[in-house]
Design a protein around this ligand. Structure first.
Ligand SMILES: *Cc1c(COP(=O)(O)O)cnc(C)c1O
Length: 477
């Protein structure tokens, strides 16, 4: 019999394509799935089978696939201007997007940090803004990792321009993930990605994460955060003179296992960075644009960072684009007569691509004009209610959630929280069960998580959780 078109595509793929984050040998037993189209929360394979995209295609597809307003903006832009180098030239989409990002960027609030604890993901408190925006300048790059490279280089170069070039190190958190290019990987602490390449990397200082899962017995998330701030203080006392910046993923350390921390950590860390005069880099590449219940995670700590890195959901999952926002103080340190040699040196060919900027503008206009965060609050509450029973499962150590991110930590032994040996690949069983049933669940090791597009419905949430529950039963059997 003639192989189906889907099977032919899979075979051609495996002959020439090298896939990311994949041991290609796995595809001797895992099918490669050619996808023909996508609509809202669903992917459709060339064989006609549908899959609920419970992980938003690696967290990029914020509002759902092919959102009509984004599609319309892309088509319109293609009829006008495709690409243009951003040195010496500019265009409306890049200007307008920078204006909009500055306008919505997190600011220091003088009110107490946002009220918390009533609902998963927290409520947005009354944010009394302290005058104008703190982040006033936008530098574009192509993807998340390049945004991190830009932020690290900008921070180092800022201190150098001030005559303090001895500052060459960064403080990062254990369990953090910031991408996989060499600079970004240097400040990443996920063994799977880092270990092999360690000899090639910068040597950051790792501070213990405020991860509430690792809290001491009986310690609350807020108490854990306070203790970790004390440890950060000790590191800064010792190292601030050689440190450019502290970098973290605010509220949720995503690729490191969807580990979550108390928002008070952000408030405390901002205060420490001010006290010791080092920069704070907030990597909101995964958590930005409403994921955690507020437009930006930093808002829940009432803080503005010195550098804000954005990508992934920025274009609604249509094109690669990233942006680094920074302050007037940083910008001013580079602004001088040419001969002073202070200019920032970094460029990517596709910097500020007009089509990608239009996709981002369309995404931001949906966030601005539709009650997306309100809808998300209701969806997050629904998700929480559906996940609650799983907490009693004998192989589930923790069910946690921050806004539209939820995770289930599978363990071998619940009482001692002993993990399953990674080689058993329990999460892979959940993944395979999901594909059979028509849901894309792609666990991080033994952590099953959900990061659905915001267009997901309560019924689809029920389906997603039910498939995960079944998958977990298979996985622990
Ligand atoms: C995905 C991610 C990155 C890297 O972005 P890429 O576009 O994949 O290079 C950096 N930081 C965080 C927090 C991420 O989730």
């Amino acid at each position: 019999m003639e192989p189906t078109f889907a099977a032919q595509l899979a075979a051609r793929d495996l002959a020439v394509v090298w896939h990311p984050c994949t041991q290609m040998h796995d595809h001797t037993f895992l099918p490669m799935l050619p996808i023909a189209r996508a609509d809202g929360a669903w992917l459709t394979g060339h064989d006609g089978k549908r899959y609920l995209d419970a992980v938003s295609s690696w967290w990029t597809c914020l509002l759902g696939h092919r959102h009509p307003r984004i599609v319309e903006a892309l088509k319109d832009q293609l009829d006008r201007l495709d690409h243009l180098m951003l040195a010496g030239f500019t265009h409306e989409p890049a200007i307008e997007l920078a204006e909009e990002l500055v306008r919505i960027s997190p600011r220091k609030t003088i009110s107490p940090p946002a009220q918390r604890g009533e609902m998963p993901g927290g409520q947005r408190g009354d944010a009394f803004h302290d005058g104008g925006p703190t982040l006033t300048r936008v530098f574009y790059a192509d993807n998340g990792s390049s945004a991190i490279e830009v932020a690290l280089k900008l921070s180092f170069h800022y201190w150098r321009n001030l005559g303090r070039g001895a500052r060459t190190r960064f403080i990062a958190l254990t369990g953090g993930y910031h991408g996989e290019t060499l600079g970004a990987l240097s400040v990443t602490d996920v063994a799977l990605y880092r270990e092999t390449y360690a000899p090639l990397l910068l040597q950051p200082i790792f501070a213990p994460s405020p991860d509430a899962y690792e809290a001491a017995p009986g310690e609350s998330a807020a108490e854990c955060a306070r203790r970790r701030l004390g440890e950060m203080r000790v590191l800064l006392e010792r190292h601030a003179h050689e440190v450019c910046a502290v970098i973290l993923e605010p509220l949720v350390q995503c690729a490191g296992g969807m580990r979550m921390h108390d928002p008070s950590y952000l408030t405390g860390l901002r205060a420490l960075c001010d006290e010791f005069d080092v920069h704070l880099i907030a990597d909101e590449i995964a958590v930005g644009f409403g994921r955690t219940g507020t437009l930006f995670a930093c808002e829940q700590g009432g803080i503005a960072p010195d550098f804000l890195c954005l990508s992934k959901g920025l274009t609604g999952g249509t094109l690669a684009l990233s942006a680094v926002l920074t302050t007037q103080a940083v910008y001013a340190a580079f602004y001088a007569d040419y001969a002073a040699g202070k200019a920032f040196l970094h460029s990517h060919s596709y910097t500020g691509n007009p089509i990608a900027c239009r996709a981002a503008l369309a995404t931001l206009s949906v966030l601005r004009e539709e009650p997306v965060l309100e809808r998300n609050r209701a969806l997050a509450a629904h998700l929480a209610s559906r996940l609650a029973p799983l907490a009693d499962h004998p192989h589930v150590a923790d069910v946690r959630q921050t806004g539209m991110i939820a995770a289930i930590e599978l363990v071998k032994d619940k009482a001692t929280r002993t993990p399953f040996p990674p080689a058993e690949r329990r999460g892979l069983r959940v993944y395979r069960h999901g594909l059979e049933r028509g849901a894309v669940l792609r666990p991080l090791g033994n952590i099953v998580y959900f990061m659905p597009p915001y267009c997901i419905t309560p019924d689809e949430i029920d389906f997603m959780v039910e498939v995960a529950r079944e998958g977990i039963e298979h996985a622990v059997a």
